[in-house]
Design a protein around this ligand. Structure first.
Ligand code: NAD
Length: 287
């Protein structure tokens, strides 16, 4: 089975639309501000995708564009301004940032309740403590897909290839929160296939084309290919899709798999942020 990321993303958008209708009754229109520094074409494309998704569901979105040579102080003061605005419920800082700006400092400046990317240490800490609030969007999309596919994660053997702060680490925590048995592999893992062959659920986020071959996959596995790699004029993932699709129970294609789900989760978390802020006085964290 090929997992249709676009169809699942449409489902997320439909669920968000219903919540937005409820918020409208309270006079609230969820708002997302993306912040882009410089003119990285890939970043511009990701930001455009997020704004289109917002437009489809009825989230008010705006892009704050700072020049490539913006200083860290200018960026932080822009973020502070957005933190203070009542009509902005979610703030998304598009990475990477130009040299000279510390991404951690910038991330930590975003108010945790508006951090729809889930990168703020307060949100990451809560995730690790099992109190998920705003979580990174790619892992959230993968968990959503597994739930919709009816895959029970309790006790499931989950193997994650890649231990980045954006995908691997937060996904490992989310899997543990659901009582899966988790192995996390990375570039220094000695025998990758020894681990990947255990996986009932295999998630690959390495950024290496065709890293995962058919003989590295357990028959009947659920395979999520997060990788986005340009090879010639094609975009491919990290999994040898043609060979693995005949072994896996379900597999995400690239493009059209994890990517659309990630964008849908930005929408979902912006709505969640608007709902939570509508119930909070002062916008402080509640866990
Ligand atoms: P990263 O570069 O921060 O981390 C890469 C990870 O892969 C590291 O843990 C590294 O140790 C591991 N790795 C690298 N080579 C390896 C190898 N040969 N064997 C085993 N592990 C190896 O990457 P990231 O930001 O997590 O992104 C990973 C990939 O996923 C990239 O292609 C990126 O473009 C893509 N991505 C896609 C989405 C999406 O929405 N589809 C979201 C985020 C990232």
């Amino acid at each position: 089975m090929i997992i249709d990321g676009k169809a699942l993303a449409s489902q997320v958008e439909e669920e968000s639309r219903k919540k937005i209708e409820e918020l409208a009754k309270l006079g609230i229109v969820p708002g997302l501000a993306t912040v882009l520094v410089g003119e990285n074409p890939a970043s511009q494309m990701y930001v455009r995708l997020k704004h289109s998704a917002c437009g489809r569901v009825g989230i008010r979105s705006e892009n704050v564009l700072l020049p490539e040579d913006a200083t860290e102080e200018e960026l932080l003061s822009k973020i502070e301004e957005l933190n203070g605005r009542k009509d902005v419920h979610g703030i998304l800082l598009q990475l990477p940032l130009p040299k000279g700006i510390d991404p951690r400092r910038a991330m930590m400046t975003i108010a945790p309740e508006k951090d729809v990317d889930g990168f703020h240490p307060q949100n990451m800490g809560a995730l690790l403590l099992g109190a998920e609030r705003m979580v990174p969007c790619t892992p959230k999309g993968i968990i959503y897909a597994l739930e919709k596919l009816g895959k029970d994660l309790q006790g499931a053997e989950v193997v994650i290839v890649g231990h980045s702060n954006v995908v691997g680490k937060p996904l490992a925590a989310m899997m543990l929160n659901r009582n899966a048995t988790v192995q996390v592999c990375h570039v220094f893992t000695k025998d990758l296939s020894k681990h990947t062959r255990d996986a009932e659920v295999l998630v690959v986020a390495a950024g290496v084309p065709a890293l995962i071959k058919a003989d590295m996959v357990r028959p009947g596995a659920y395979v999520f290919d997060v990788g986005i790699n340009r090879v010639g004029d094609k975009t491919v993932g990290d999994v040898d899709f043609e060979a693995v699709k005949d072994i896996a129970a379900a597999i995400t294609p690239v493009p059209g798999g994890v990517g659309p789900l990630t964008v849908a989760m930005v929408v979902s978390q912006t709505v969640q942020a608007a709902e939570e802020q509508s119930q909070e006085v002062g916008g402080n964290c509640r866990w």
